[in-house]
Design a protein around this ligand. Structure first.
Ligand code: NAD
Ligand code: TYD
Length: 354
């Protein structure tokens, strides 16, 4: 293989955001060699990456970040220049029913990666970087006003956000204790193509299309800030290349929606696109028991990222929602495969034969 400028490990590249980050990096930086490490849990789907899987600067490795020996060997073998760490258990509801998986992957897995990076960069960390991708949920829950800034104290309230907060603290601890070159970002709710249909938007798009009930938690009063996933991938690109070492950057869409308002907007778009009289699918609304410890409101102040690195969201929400709905309507087979578990066979067929 010809000499590449950088060898970057991206973890969790078969997941929702990872898919977009991998595609951006392998196409934009043909001189970087990108290794995608993913365990392929229920949330990892290699079908997402079909259009880049044969590019010469891309390689997939299946593995578990919780397996310390495997991670040490992988780092020893490849001696990466950079790591962009996205692999995680990411769904709050699952963390409420099974917290341990979140502790293992999000905390132990992150420490394994940090330790392995520390070892290979012990004598020369010039130009090396460990980029940890995190969430705004580490800051806890806001009342009706205010925003999370990079100075907001951590106050995680779900097993998911507590596990991500722990991993953030450990990333900072490795920077301060061992001088590991790190950077980190905390982003608000992402939406867009390839999101697993356990999360609000793809779940509700699929249910509206199939005339299934829409389980609104509580009264639907909770507020989230929504950012198009491609804008998050662009932020990751900018922060990876220009972020200041040891810093964290908040990433958000400045786009707050109360759940019920967002769901009604979605119903309107889908009714229109499906040729139903607008408002027909409102009868699918089904108010169900609230999520335990449900955070009321997240809102992000991303002015540090905007002022320092010149990032800003490029997709406005109206357009982003339309194109997201179009994508799910056009990719019925993807949705069918994902909901039936069929996609997990793809790995066997595609990779075991090699
Ligand atoms: P996702 O659940 O869609 O994907 C996670 C990926 O990690 C999957 O491909 C899965 O197979 C892989 N993975 C899980 N456990 C692993 C393990 N032990 N070893 C190796 N791979 C493993 O998640 P996502 O929504 O793409 O989120 C990616 C990252 O971004 C996460 O760290 C998440 O906390 C963070 N984040 C997500 C959002 C959001 O709105 N989705 C917002 C802010 C931050
Ligand atoms: P989700 O997509 O799970 O993201 P997060 O919990 O990380 O913000 O949920 C977004 C919001 O939608 C959150 O307030 C919970 C709510 N929600 C429902 O009302 N019903 C659902 O079926 C789901 C999955 C979420």
């Amino acid at each position: 293989m010809e000499k590449m400028d950088k060898l970057i490990l991206i973890t969790g590249g078969a997941g929702f955001i990872g898919t977009h980050v991998i595609k951006l990096f392998v196409r934009k930086y043909p001189n970087y060699r990108i290794i995608n490490l993913d365990k392929l849990t229920y949330a990892g789907n290699l079908e997402n990456l079909r259009d880049v899987e044969n590019l010469p600067n891309y390689e997939f490795v299946r593995g578990d970040i919780v397996d310390k020996d495997f991670i040490d060997r992988l780092f020893e073998k490849h001696r990466f220049d950079g790591v962009i760490h996205l692999a995680a258990e990411s769904h709050v509801d699952r963390s409420i029913s099974n917290p341990l998986e979140f502790i293992n992957t999000n905390i132990v897995g992150t420490v394994n990666l940090l330790n392995a990076a520390r070892q290979i960069w012990a004598n020369d960390s010039e130009g090396k970087l460990f980029y940890h991708v995190s969430t705004d949920e580490v800051y806890g829950s806001l009342g009706e006003t205010g925003y999370f800034t990079e100075e907001t104290s951590y106050d995680p309230r779900s097993p998911y956000s507590a596990s991500k907060a722990s991993s953030d603290h450990l990333v900072n601890a490795f920077h301060h204790t061992y001088g590991l070159p790190i950077v980190m970002s905390n982003c608000s709710n992402n939406y867009g193509p390839y999101q697993f249909p356990e999360k609000l938007l793809p779940l509700f798009i699929n249910n509206i299309r199939n005339n299934k009930a829409l389980p609104v938690y509580g009264k639907g009063e909770n507020v989230r800030d929504w950012l198009y996933v491609g804008d998050h991938a662009n932020a990751i690109d900018m922060i990876y290349h220009n972020g200041r070492l040891g810093n964290n950057y908040n990433v958000g869409g400045n786009n707050e929606w109360q759940n019920i308002m967002l769901i009604k907007k979605l119903i309107e778009i889908l009714d229109r696109k499906l040729g139903r009289e607008v408002g027909t699918s409102l009868n699918l609304l089904s108010y169900v028991k609230d999520r335990a410890g449900h955070d009321l409101r997240y809102a992000i102040d991303s002015s540090k990222l905007q002022n320092e690195l010149g990032w800003e969201p490029s997709v406005n929400f109206e357009q982003g929602l339309e194109l997201t709905v179009d994508w799910y309507l056009d990719n019925e087979e993807w949705m069918r495969n994902v909901t039936s578990g069929e996609y997990q066979k793809y790995y066997e067929i595609q990779y075991m034969k090699r």
